[in-house]
Write a protein that binds this ligand. Structure first.
Ligand SMILES: [Zn+2]
Length: 175
């Protein structure tokens, strides 16, 4: 009997001490993407994930744009009229794409940048819908981000016309 009591007491004490453990958090990872095991803002390893797999992980609106090259409606995106200072990452995989200093106010209805992170994106000629355009894709996960046009401001003359849903903004940390 005495033995049993000591076991119960021991278990009780152990449970108590466990509940006092601090909750572990990771500030580098995006909380919204916690169901996405491929998401990382630090790991730049190339991803080879099937659309079948992405469909299980991504929200429907992001899947449609990123994996099926849909375009969100103009003037509806969360970053269209947005000028906070920080970094923009791929909403699918966390790869770095743009710095806020390259964002400019464009009247086209989508967030626009004049320069992309060279390590973040690559390009493909896009002849769909009877147009000749240059598609912009994420170098890490091959997701569709938007298109780039040559009517942008100096110094590059480029206009990266992006879908807000494909982007994820992280503000600079306060000093
Ligand atoms: Zn990506």
């Amino acid at each position: 009997m005495k033995f049993l009591i000591s076991i119960v007491l021991f278990t009780f004490l152990q449970t108590c001490s466990q509940s006092n453990q601090p909750i572990k958090t990771s500030s580098m990872e995006n909380k919204d993407a916690k169901n996405n095991p491929y998401y990382s803002r630090t790991d730049t390893t190339k991803l080879y994930i099937s659309n079948e797999e992405w469909k299980k992980i991504l929200p429907a609106d992001l899947y449609a744009v990123a994996r099926e090259a849909a375009t969100e409606r103009a003037f509806t995106g969360k970053y269209n009229e947005f000028d906070e200072v920080g970094e923009y990452y791929c909403a699918v995989c966390g790869n770095h794409l743009f710095r806020s200093t390259s964002k400019f106010a464009s009247s086209c209805g989508w967030p626009s940048f004049f320069e992309a992170d060279k390590e973040g994106v690559y390009y493909k000629r896009d002849l769909t819908y009877g147009m000749d355009r240059v598609e912009v894709l994420c170098k890490r996960c091959d997701s569709h981000l938007g298109h780039v046009f040559d009517d942008g401001p100096k110094p590059t003359g480029l206009r990266y016309c992006m879908n807000s849903v494909s982007l994820e903004f992280a503000p600079d940390l306060q000093n």
